[in-house]
Structure formats: C-alpha cells, structure tokens
Design a protein around this ligand. Structure first.
Ligand code: GLC
Length: 714
C-alpha cells in the first residue's frame, strides 16, 4: 500500500496498480508514511469499519432501500435491472462513495472499475465490510468538519458536475411507442391545446431504422428535420435515444467503420464480440479505447445537424439480452426436458434457464477492451462502459460546439461520469414502493455528484394508477430532470390521458414547477458551481438526533423542504420539523394559503391534488409566473415569499442557460436581504450581471402568520 496526500482533507491509499479510470481530477501532493485511517484490514482486498449504533451511512447513489444504507448488501456492478425490488443489490450504476455520519464522520471512495461489495451491517449489524474484486484499486478517505464540507471535498476530488441547458429543467414527455411523426405531433398538440407547459419530447428507439444508432426511419419519420424545426419554433425540443450496441448489418456505415478500424470489443478469438440487444445481433463499441470513443462521439453530429440538441444514452451497462453461447447452453438444458424421468431440480433448472440468458457474468467475462494496446477483460472494467459512452457523446459535443450546453442523460454510470452528463434511474415500476425509493435515492445521487437526475415519473413498467401519477408528479416536480416516461404496453400516462380532474391537477403541478423554475435553476447552478448538494438530507443543516431516521423529507436547495406522500390511500402523512416552518400546501399555484407549524411532530393533510412545500425560517423563495416553456419564461416581475423572524438573505442566480459562459463567471445575481425591525421590514436588493428583473412583489410572513406586502422596482 502507498499513501498519498491529496490535500489537507483527502488521503489516497493505493493498492496494486489501478488502471487509469478518469474518476478523480485532483492529483497527489506527495507521499505519506501512515497507516490506513478508520478501517481494519481483513485481506488485501477486504476491510471493515466498526459502526456505532447511531451511525448513519449515506451514499452509494443509485441503489435500493433507504437514504441510510445500513442493513443491506450492495454490489457495484452496473446491471440492466428492470425489477427494482428491495432485495436487489445493484441497479444501473456503481457509485462507490459512502459518507459515514456519527461520532466519527468521514467519507470513503473506492476507485475501482470492477465489482465492489458493500455489506453495510447485513451479515453483522455493526460492521461495514467493503470487498474489492481484485488487488488493483485506490481507496480515498475524505474528511472535513461537517457532512456538507466532506461532501464538498469529495466533489472537489471528482470534479464539477455537468450542467444541461436551462430548457432541460422544463417538463419532458416520453414514452416508448411514440412510433411516428403523427404521434409526436399529436402529443405536442395535446399539450398545446390544453395549455400544459412542455419543453421536451423524448424519442425512444421507435424513431430509428431497425433500431440502428444514428439512423432515422424515413418510413415513419419522413420529414424528421421539419418535425424538429416545427416543434422547436414552439419551444419544444426532441430528445432521441442512442443505444450502446451497433447492429451487425453489412452496408450500415457505423458497423462497417467499426469493423474496419477495430473499434469493437473483441471476443476470446479476437473477433468482434456478438451480443443481442434491441437491433438483434450487435457489436459493442470499445468506449474505453480513446479512438473508438472519439469515433462514436463524432456520430452524434448526424442528429445535431438535423437540429437536435439533446440525447439520452441507453443500454450501456452494457445490457445483453443473450449471446449465442448462452442461447446454445440454454437449448442444451431444455433438451434435458425430453428425459422421461426428469427430476424436479433439473426441471427447475430448465424453468429458470431463459431469465439467466440475459446479462450473464460469463458473457461479461468473455470479451475484451483495448486499453492502450493492452487487452483487458470486460468484467474487470465493467463499470466504466456506460461512463465512457457518455464521455464519448460529451467529447463529440465539444468538437461540434465547445461553448454549447447539450442535454445528455444516461442509464449506466460510475463516479466521475457526472462531469459529462446526467442520469435517469432506469426502468422502475409504477408502484408506490418505487416512488419511495426514488425519494430516498435523490440525496445519495447528489452526494455522488449526479445533480442532474430524476426517475421515470409515474413508473416505466406496469400500469400507473391515478393516485400514483399525482403523488409522483408532486415529487418529481422538484427533481432537476422531470420526465414522464413509460413502457410500451402499459397504461398511457401523459397528463391528458387521464380524466379531467386528474389532468387538471397534473397540469397544475407542472405549472407549479414552472413557477419555481427560477428557484430550482438558481439552486441547481449554485450547487454545481459551489460543489454543493441540491437535494440534502435534513442532517446536513440541523443537528437533531431524531433526524438521523428521517428519510422521506428532503431539503431542496437552501430555502425549502419537501415531504412527499408515497403511500396509497393516504390523505396526508406524519412529518417532523426540526424548527418552525411555513407550510404552503399548493393546489393552485396562484393561491397562497399558508400556516406556520411549530418544531416537532405533526400530521399534515395532503390531498391528491396538493403539493406540500415547507419554507424554512429566515429563508426566501422566489416564484415567477408559469410559462408554456422555458424559452418563454419571463424575468421582469418576480414574487418573493419570505418567512421571517429576523433576517433573510437570498441570491437568485441566473445565466444565459445555453452556453458555458457561466464557467467564466458570466451570470447574473439578484441579491435580496430582508431585515425585521419591529415588524417593519427593511428590504435591500442589489443586482449584478445581466439581471432582467424590474419588479419584485414581496410577501413577508412572520411567526404570528401576519402577512405584509411590498412592491419594489429595481
Ligand atoms: C430500456 C430503457 C427504457 C426504454 C427501452 C426501449 O428499457 O431503460 O427507458 O424505453 O429500453 O428503448
């Protein structure tokens, strides 16, 4: 083991020789002579930490179960997992960062691209056991004087998070089965005619020709370019999907070029590895090979030239439906069924053969990447595959326009990938349980750098119910990626597909989202610029032991807390307030009905059409008028809502939303300060940069629920 000082807060412990993973951006300052902190070694690839009873373990980003990961085993091995049940150990991501909060508070990050197992008190209640599959890995210990600072130090280690264009914060409508131009226009018209705000419509594999990347089915999308243009003139962008596998088809340029240049992963016989995914038989581009990555990334231009400004990358774990070898084995197993004396265990084996065909470890062990001339078996670097597909798109975009912000979100991910794109959390199910997981996952995703993220709102698989879609919208309206996506064959779930009353409530929630965009965008961009979290557990702000077990209330930015309802047939829920707060239970975004609740436990009523928003004490919330889309957002007049005891201050951040000028400190700030002087309020407003706001309508509420209104022209 070699020990390196990264800075005053981060120590790196190097074991063996880790290949270049690209996860961290800080390089060591010098070597140290010291032993590993906090952990005890069991073996060279396994170590443990003894947890105290009250320790909370945050982290592991995209995973099942709670915000606190204690009590279960998790495996970092990106998996195409369509059933998100509590017993699953892996989903699509490998987010090897844990933040232990207790008497000792510190972070640990395992930089390793293969399988890592985190037993967080499963086999033995108080033991955190981390097992790495081989001896070539780096372990980082991240320290700092608070949870927030440790999280910040970790982000400094792994680099700044990706920022999409501002329109990507608008509502996105998606469904696998929007099969042609007319269907897309129909979706758009439904939104327009009913005055439901909309910014994006996602194009699933239906738009491609035979599911081939960077092709368009001219049979179904004859005038694709016109469609893109017409919708964009109405402020709506089309977001096509790109899958990892390249269809094997003679004459198909991507396939031919990949073969010619040796850009595909190789099998044991040095031939391009064959797997089957949506297009049928495919080869996998070797995204770990710099040249192949560049080549694939340059292909996005095909669609960008047609007016496209955003993409979602899919099936990049990579998902394998089957390989020829597995299929052959399966048929051999099935043959055993011809035995007249079939024993029951052989029968079970036959029965379970087909589900085993997909995403088999044996397949992942049977192909290779070319890393600087050295062949590396895929399973050893499995978790870097989706990562590098996303990097490939990101680098492709840079070559086209290095100053433009493209929308990009992806399914498989690994720590460090947050610099190149956002993520959605894969094929969840229309169930209240999956909504609960979504709520609990968001802060952990933020901890791992994935700030631009969100789930398939309403659920991807199975049929959504009226109450579930409403409850899910009421949560997703706070997630940076707010996308309603569902699978072919399930109940349709566009807002207008429901009965009038439900449609109206969903429309109101979307409008509320657009009213809050100024705040959401400001908090998101500040989180990115300052390496902070957008979704935070309450323990990050309040020192109150009870909060260690509060997992279903989250801070969204600095001013508000959300308390979503995620159980069926519940007309409200229990909440815990660490201090007094103002509750605005919104059904009509234009109506402001509020009440102040004291510190402590409460039961709050939340009807199906309501969204409870808690405004923290001495905090300010900025609201605008909802617009049809982000391009039409107005900035001249804003509403400022404050819950004030003595003093509140807020900085409203904004930028052009389309370029990377913000990286060069080109953004505007609207600085608002309110001071209570014997229930008369002194308001100071300063603006800098290109701030377009001219009029501010203040509503200031004190702890006696008294309201004062002010109008200020700036
Ligand atoms: C995968 C994706 C899903 C998509 C489907 C068809 O299951 O996760 O979002 O709709 O493939 O492309």
């Amino acid at each position: 083991m070699k020990v390196f000082k990264i800075n005053d807060y981060i120590t790196k412990y190097s074991f063996g020789n880790l290949i270049e993973t690209d996860t961290v951006v800080l390089k060591p300052l010098g070597e140290l002579k010291e032993n590993i902190k906090y952990f005890e070694f069991k073996k060279s690839t396994e170590f443990t930490y003894k947890m105290l009873e009250d320790d909370v373990v945050y982290g592991l980003g995209e995973n099942m179960r709670g915000l606190n990961k204690r009590g279960w085993i998790y495996e970092s091995f990106c998996t195409d997992e369509f059933s998100h049940g509590p017993n699953k150990k892996s989903l699509y991501a490998s987010h090897n960062f844990l933040l232990i909060y207790g008497e000792k508070t510190f972070g640990v990050f395992i930089d390793y691209p293969g399988r890592v197992t985190f037993d967080v008190g499963f086999k033995s209640k108080d033991i955190l056991n981390i097992k790495i599959e081989d001896e070539n890995f780096d372990l980082y210990i991240i320290e700092g004087k608070s949870l927030e600072i440790i999280a910040k130090n970790f982000r400094r280690l792994i680099g700044k998070s990706y920022a999409p264009p501002k329109w990507a914060f608008g509502y996105q409508q998606s469904r696998w089965s929007y099969e042609n131009e007319d269907v897309i226009r129909n979706v758009f018209n439904n939104f327009k005619d009913r005055d439901i705000p909309l910014d994006c419509i996602c194009l699933d594999i239906d738009y491609m020709e035979k599911f081939k990347d960077f092709t368009i089915s001219r049979e179904r999308f004859l005038k694709f370019e016109k469609l893109v243009k017409d919708l964009k003139s109405e402020g709506v962008r089309l977001i096509p999907i790109i899958d990892a596998g390249v269809k094997i088809e003679e004459g198909y340029d991507l396939y031919e070029e990949g073969i010619k240049n040796n850009f595909f992963c190789l099998d044991e016989n040095n031939k391009p590895f064959v797997a089957a995914v949506w297009p049928g038989k495919v080869h996998f581009p070797d995204f770990l090979n710099g040249e192949a990555r560049k080549w694939f990334g340059s292909k996005y231009k095909f669609l960008i030239d047609k007016g496209i400004e955003g993409f979602w990358n899919d099936m990049n774990e990579p998902a394998i439906f089957y390989s020829e070898k597995r299929l052959k084995d399966a048929f051999e197993t099935i043959k055993k069924g011809e035995d007249k004396n079939l024993d029951i265990y052989t029968f079970f084996d036959i029965r379970d053969t087909f589900p085993r065909l997909s995403n088999s470890l044996e397949d992942y062990k049977s192909f290779y990447h070319n890393l600087d001339g050295k062949l590396i078996r895929h399973d050893k670097v499995h978790n870097l595959y989706g990562y590098n597909m996303t990097k490939s798109a990101y680098e492709g975009f840079l070559d086209i326009d290095k100053n433009k912000r493209f929308l990009l979100f992806t399914r498989a991910s690994h720590i460090g990938m947050h610099r190149y794109g956002g993520i959605w959390t894969g094929d969840n199910t229309s169930s209240f349980e999956n909504l609960e997981v979504n709520i609990k996952m968001m802060a952990n995703l933020n901890l791992c750098g994935f700030i631009y993220s969100g789930a398939d709102t309403g659920g991807f698989g199975e049929n959504v119910t009226d109450d579930l879609i409403l409850r899910w919208f009421a949560f997703s309206m706070f997630t940076p990626l707010f996308r309603n996506h569902s699978s072919i064959g399930t109940r349709v779930q566009e807002p207008y597909s429901f009965e009038e009353e439900i449609e109206k409530a969903l429309t109101n929630i979307i409008k509320l989202r657009y009213s809050l965009i100024h705040y959401i965008y400001s908090e998101f961009m500040k989180a990115i610029k300052n390496d902070e979290l957008y979704f935070k557990p309450l323990t990050f702000e309040y020192k109150d032991k009870f909060l260690n077990s509060v997992e279903d209330q989250l801070l969204v930015g600095e001013s508000i807390m959300v308390t979503p309802v995620y159980k069926q047939n519940q007309n409200g829920r229990y909440i815990y307030l660490p201090e007094e707060m103002l509750l605005w239970n919104v059904s009509e975004p234009k109506e402001f009905n509020y009440k102040i609740l004291q510190k402590g436990h409460h039961y709050i009523d939340v009807k199906l059409n309501e969204v409870p928003i808690f405004l923290r004490k001495n905090k300010i919330l900025v609201l605008g008028n909802p617009s049809k889309n982000i391009d039409l957002l107005q900035y001249e007049e804003l509403n400022i809502l404050a819950f004030l005891e003595d003093k509140a201050e807020y900085i409203l951040y904004n930028d052009d939303g389309i370029t990377k000028a913000y990286e060069k400190e080109e953004f505007s700030k609207l600085n608002i300060i309110i001071i209570n002087e014997n229930e008369e309020y002194k308001i100071k407003v300063n603006k800098s940069g290109k701030c377009l706001t001219k009029k501010l309508n203040f509503t200031i509420i004190n702890k006696n629920e008294e309201k004062k209104l002010y109008i200020i022209y700036i």
